[in-house]
Write a protein that binds this ligand. Structure first.
Ligand code: KIV
Ligand code: ZN
Length: 512
């Protein structure tokens, strides 16, 4: 069985797409998930882009022990210096340099001739090699590049010291047949092609990223670049979960596998969705809520008679444990703790105490507590996005009045230290009124309100509402989450947490 390396770019290509930006804390959490998944390489970011990106690549490099950590760099000394500074503390650092190779990109973006591009690639791979033995070279827009030119630049990169050659489908344009051919043609026609690792990096603009990546493996690629849940520029990157489960399920066909611990997939996927404040589309392969649900009678009948009739992989293999145990208000602390442990939560005694307290509060409002509710409670009690900034504003109480024939009003009372502040505001609906009242009390600095997302944690009218708010100011995004069976309360808490994060950042900027 051949081994295919999984190179995860959730924190670079994934994070650079709109609505997916993460703060340092969140990036570290994702990096830990990736380590548990046993990905081979984590692309932690693009160090030169901003001091924030640099700091997160450096922190991840210094904290991750079990994976190679890479930073992206354009083919210029400044980028490469920053990439090296950021990754040099890693157990196994990698510098990932790229330059565009298609006629379109060379002429209109780089304004360089093909000869200049070849020369720059040679010089910069050699420059990076002085710092680090592990060098990846990417020929951006490879699938729209001239094949002979691709061979030339690959040769130059190998001769200058690259150890991985990545041929990306940057704009999601290629097809499986083409991708297999590009990889096998280039790999088979350069000196030393069998001594380096060939890699594919596919975008999903035409919905073919997974198929193209797997075709690359048939062509000889032994590294696939992916992102959890397929995050990434435009329509996204290849989904980690899809290629990994395809290789695992169809080993007979690919004769290749990865070292991924697939039982961590569900956990990693929900962590990332949680952080970006989204949920998986119901029918998303592997991680969507319906991915293992059998609704049609004929299917249910088949699955009951023999699972394999309609199931090509088990939910357990991706870390979904079907739970027959119903938790409710008579369940004790031990049962709640045990179930959370089965769901993969390693909690301290204090965290479990807090989860159990909230569990009892939710039980008063909701008869049966599902795994999804429990996970939401655990996230609420342990994740940075839900927890309060120590010296921030906290909700004391609110009262709203709304109807479909008058303007909504909301009175909000906030606590700040020992002080209390109360304000009433009118609004276009109770959430708008509540947010206006909060703004009147806090008077936050100018910010854009980017995302308001509300989703139900489980089925039923008594479901918990999980609200995500993202606001931006000072070139940063601040996220807040709120969880409650009352969506107005969840919305107020989410906004307050975002605002409190922004205030804490402003305080740090001011040096107080
Ligand atoms: O899509 C792309 O070409 C990239 C490269 C920088 C690897 O993300
Ligand atoms: Zn990309």
């Amino acid at each position: 069985m051949d081994q295919v390396k999984i190179f995860d770019t959730t924190l670079r290509d994934g994070e650079q797409s709109p609505g997916c930006s993460m703060n340092l804390q969140e990036k570290i959490e994702v990096a830990h998930c990736l380590e548990k998944l046993k990905v081979d390489i984590i692309e932690a970011g693009f160090a030169i882009v901003s001091p924030g990106d640099f700091e997160s690549v450096k922190t991840i490099a210094e904290n991750v022990k079990e994976c190679t950590v890479a930073s992206l760099a354009r083919c210029n000394p400044k980028d490469i210096d920053a990439a090296w500074e950021a990754v040099k503390g890693a157990a196994d650092p990698r510098i990932h340099v790229f330059i565009a190779t298609s006629p379109l990109h060379m002429e209109y973006k780089l304004r360089m001739t093909p000869e200049e591009v070849l020369e720059q690639a040679a010089k910069m791979v050699a420059y990076a090699k002085k710092y680090c033995s592990n060098i990846e070279f990417s020929a951006e827009d490879a699938t729209r590049s001239d094949l002979e030119f691709l061979k030339k630049i690959t040769q130059v990169a190998i001769d200058s010291g690259a150890t991985t050659i990545n041929l990306p489908d940057t704009v999601g344009y290629t097809t499986p047949v083409e991708m297999q051919r590009i990889i096998s043609e280039v790999r088979g026609n350069v000196r030393g092609g069998d001594k380096v690792t060939f890699s594919v990096h596919c975008h999903n603009d035409l919905g073919m990223a997974t198929a193209n990546s797997l075709a690359g493996v048939r062509g000889g690629a032994r590294q696939i670049e992916v992102a959890i849940n397929g995050l990434g520029e435009r329509a996204g990157n290849t989904s980690l979960e899809e290629v990994v489960m395809a290789l695992r399920t169809r080993q007979d066909s690919f004769k290749a596998d990865t070292r991924i611990d697939t039982t961590q997939i569900h956990r990693a996927s929900s962590t990332v969705y949680n952080i970006i404040g989204q949920t998986a589309p119901l029918n998303k392969p592997i991680v969507g809520r319906n991915a293992f649900a059998h609704e049609a009678g004929i299917h249910q009948h088949g699955v009951m008679a023999k699972k394999e009739t309609y199931e090509i992989m088990t939910p357990e293999s991706v870390g979904i444990h079907v739970n027959n145990l119903v938790l409710g208000k008579h369940s004790g602390r031990h049962a709640v703790g045990k179930r959370l442990e089965e769901l993969g939560y390693v909690l301290s005694k204090e965290e479990l105490d807090r989860c159990f307290e909230e569990f009892k509060v939710v039980c008063d409002k909701k008869k049966n507590i599902t795994d999804a509710d429990l996970e939401a409670i655990a996230n609420h009690q342990t994740k940075d996005l839900y927890t309060d900034i120590e010296d921030g504003y906290k909700l004391d109480w609110f009262q709203a009045s709304t109807s479909n024939f008058t303007t909504a009003t909301c009175t909000v009372c906030l606590k700040h230290g020992d002080e209390k502040f109360e304000h009433v505001a009118l609004g276009d609906g109770p959430i708008d009124a509540a947010y206006k009242a909060i703004d009147e009390i806090i008077n936050p600095s100018e910010h854009s309100f980017d995302i308001f997302n509300i989703h139900s944690i489980s089925e039923g009218k008594d479901t918990l509402g999980d609200v995500t708010v993202k606001i931006s100011a000072h070139g940063r995004t601040f996220t807040g989450r709120g969880l409650s069976t009352d969506i107005l309360e969840a919305s107020i808490n989410a906004y307050l947490k975002g605002i409190n994060r922004m205030l804490a950042y402003e305080k740090k900027l001011g040096g107080n």
